[in-house]
Design a protein around this ligand. Structure first.
Ligand code: NAG
Length: 328
C-alpha cells in the first residue's frame, strides 16, 4: 500500500514538474516586470527642455512603420501625421508588403522561406520590424500610435521597448541602434518559434508577436548582458496619456476576432481558471487513484497487487525468473 502511494506521488510530482518546467519562462514573465531596466521619468528631459540637446544620440533618426500598401486608412492618417510632423529631421520609412519582402530577400535571404510561409499577414508585419531595426536601427511605431512629443530623448538609449500589461513587453514601439544584440537574437530565433497553435491569436502572439518578443527578452536577460547591451524599458506612465508622455494611442484594431475576445476573457479571469485547472487535474488524479484502489481490493481480496496503478507492474521473483528463461 505505502509503496503504491509513493509511486503515485512520484509520478504526480514528475508530471507537475515537467508541466511547470515547460512554461517556466512564461511563469517568470508574471513576476519579472523589467523595473530594474526602467527609463525613469527623472532621467527624461521635459518636452521642451534644452537638456534634450545635451544627450547622446545613439539611435539613428529614422521612423519605421508598416502597412499593406501606401494607402493608409483614414483613421490612422492622424497618428501617422503626428509622428512625421514632430520629426522633420527624421527619415521616414513605410514598409509596405512589397518593400518588406524585397528587403528580406536582399538582406536576410535565409529568412525568406519562413517569411513567405507565415499563415497570417500580421506575422510578416511583426517580424519585418525586428529586421529593419536590426539592419538600419531607428524607431519603429505602430500605425495606431501617434506621437505626443519629439522622441529625441529616447535616442540616448541603445535599445528600448515598451512594457505592456498584464505582463512582458510589447512590440508596438521600439528603438535600437543598428545590429543591437537583442534584435539580433530576436531575428535569429524567429524560425525556431514558427509553430502553429490551435488559436490563431496564440500562434501570432507566440511566433512573432509581443509574447514571442517577451520570451526572447527573458532569455536574453538570463544571459546577463551588461551596460549598453541591456534593453531599457519604457513604462506606461512615460509612454501614454500624460502631457510628458511620448505617444498617444488610437484604437483601430479591426483584426480582433472571437479567439482574441476569448483570450482577453481568460487573461481577466486567470486566477479562477488556474484554480479550476488544478481542481480538475487533482480530481482526475484522485479518480484514477481510487479506481486503482478499488480494483486492487476487488481482485485480490486483501492481497497486495499494484497491477492497476498506471505505469507500474509488480514483478514477482518467479516472473523475473521466467523472463530470464525466455531470453536465454
Ligand atoms: C491597399 O490595401 C487595402 C487593404 O488591403 C486595400 O483595400 C486597397 O485597395 C489597397 N490599395 C491599393 C492602391 O492597392
Amino acid at each position: 500500500m505505502r509503496r503504491g502511494v509513493l509511486i503515485f506521488t512520484l509520478i504526480t510530482v514528475v508530471i507537475l514538474g515537467s508541466a511547470v518546467h515547460s512554461v517556466w519562462t512564461l511563469l517568470s514573465l508574471l513576476v519579472v516586470d523589467g523595473s530594474e531596466d526602467a527609463i525613469s521619468r527623472a532621467e527624461l528631459p521635459a518636452p521642451n527642455s534644452g537638456a534634450i540637446n545635451d544627450r547622446p544620440r545613439l539611435i539613428p533618426k529614422i521612423i519605421h512603420q508598416t502597412y499593406v500598401n501606401e494607402s493608409i486608412p483614414q483613421h490612422w492618417q492622424g497618428p501617422q501625421k503626428s509622428c512625421i510632423d514632430l520629426h522633420p529631421d527624421y527619415e521616414y520609412k513605410l514598409w509596405t508588403d512589397k518593400k518588406a519582402r524585397e528587403f528580406i530577400a536582399a538582406e536576410y535571404p535565409w529568412f525568406l522561406e519562413t517569411f513567405d510561409g507565415y499563415t497570417y499577414p500580421i506575422q510578416r508585419a511583426d517580424s519585418i520590424r525586428y529586421f529593419v531595426l536590426h539592419h538600419f536601427g531607428g524607431i519603429y511605431i505602430d500605425l495606431d500610435d501617434g506621437c505626443n512629443r519629439s522622441l529625441d530623448p529616447l535616442l540616448a538609449y541603445p535599445a528600448w521597448v515598451r512594457r505592456t500589461t498584464p505582463t512582458g513587453i510589447s512590440n508596438d514601439a521600439m528603438g535600437a541602434v543598428p545590429r543591437h544584440p537583442f534584435f539580433l537574437k530576436a531575428i535569429d530565433s524567429l524560425p525556431e518559434y514558427n509553430r502553429r497553435w490551435i488559436l490563431p491569436y496564440i500562434t501570432v502572439m507566440a511566433s512573432t508577436g509581443p509574447l514571442y518578443l517577451s520570451i526572447i527578452w527573458r532569455h536574453y536577460n538570463s544571459a546577463n548582458p551588461q551596460g549598453d547591451d541591456r534593453v531599457r524599458i519604457l513604462f506606461p506612465d512615460e509612454y501614454n496619456n500624460h502631457p510628458w508622455s511620448f505617444f498617444t494611442h488610437h484604437l483601430g484594431n479591426s483584426w480582433h476576432s472571437n479567439d482574441v475576445k476569448l483570450i482577453f476573457w481568460m487573461a481577466q479571469h486567470w486566477v479562477l481558471l488556474t484554480f479550476i485547472g488544478f481542481t480538475v487535474g487533482f480530481s482526475l488524479l484522485f479518480c484514477i487513484y481510487s479506481f486503482c484502489l478499488r480494483q486492487r481490493q476487488g481482485n485480490t481480496k486483501g492481497r497486495f497487487s499494484y497491477s492497476r496503478i498506471p505505469f507500474y507492474r509488480r514483478i514477482s521473483q518467479k516472473d523475473i525468473e521466467l523472463d530470464h528463461r525466455h531470453e536465454v
